[in-house]
Ligand binder design. Sequence first.
Ligand SMILES: NC(=O)c1ccc[n+]([C@@H]2O[C@H](COP(=O)([O-])OP(=O)(O)OC[C@H]3O[C@@H](n4cnc5c(N)ncnc54)[C@H](OP(=O)(O)O)[C@@H]3O)[C@@H](O)[C@H]2O)c1
Length: 264
Amino acid sequence: MDLGIRGRTALVTGGSRGIGRCAAQRLLEEGARVAICGRTRETIEEAREDLARRTGGEVLAVQADTSREADIPHLVRAAADRFGGVDILVNNAGTMSSGRFAALADDALKLQLDTKLFGFLRLIREVVPHMRAQKWGRIVNLIGGAGKEPDPYMFGSGMTNSALLNLTKSLSTEFGEEGILVNAVCPGWVDTALWRRNAEGLAAELGAETEADARRLAARKNALNRFGKPEELADAIAFLCSERASYITGVSLNLDGGRLKALW
Ligand SMILES: NC(=O)c1ccc[n+]([C@@H]2O[C@H](COP(=O)([O-])OP(=O)(O)OC[C@H]3O[C@@H](n4cnc5c(N)ncnc54)[C@H](OP(=O)(O)O)[C@@H]3O)[C@@H](O)[C@H]2O)c1
């Protein structure tokens, strides 16, 4: 299926690794021009070269920390200057705030809120004028299942993610008549560096002796009984960014192999 986004311009935050990198690749394969960002210069440069080589597409790499307010206008301006606008935003940069109530320090929660809640919100604020100008836009927010089903071990992420779900739904109404579609995806466990950083803590939480046992126990909650691959997430994200998703807005799509069991 042709996704109908050839020549469109996309900004994928945190496109140097994991889900963001795979999403950037899918958008490039569909003919979009793509800007990625990350905090680490060498990593984004390596990703830029690799993505361009694999796809033959046009990739811009910008060093930016989306938890820092000042970096965001600079990031969006760099993409718009290079491509003449921003049609698609994948709000992906971020990490997970894992651990229970007793372990949550205010500073850790503030960093999570700065990166995901304020970072996503500020990026949307900067890209919307570009989308509004042409009455076409796609925004996809990477959230997470703990926003829908509170999990004591994901206390910090859960609070942040619930706010992001509210933001997604509210802005889909705000911008709908202007042709700007705002959707979310909620990953379950996906095989990336983020999972590996959390493996030890999750093993302790689950009473698992090894990382492999922790993975098995975590995956067992899924109908598919396995972790997701970043490529599987990227396909769904690219679809939501596309012309083919033209009647979808305000949804939060669970990409979790059937982990969440609620009807809605
Ligand atoms: N993997 C999962 O199981 C899972 C589950 C639920 C939700 N998610 C969400 O999915 C998104 C992607 O996760 P992932 O697993 O692909 O993570 P990952 O492998 O750790 O990759 C994260 C990417 O974001 C960048 N990044 C992180 N913080 C940033 C910041 N403040 N400013 C700019 N770039 C930043 C990283 O580069 P630098 O470190 O160089 O900045 C990297 O490119 C995240 O928002 C995460 O919360 C993931």
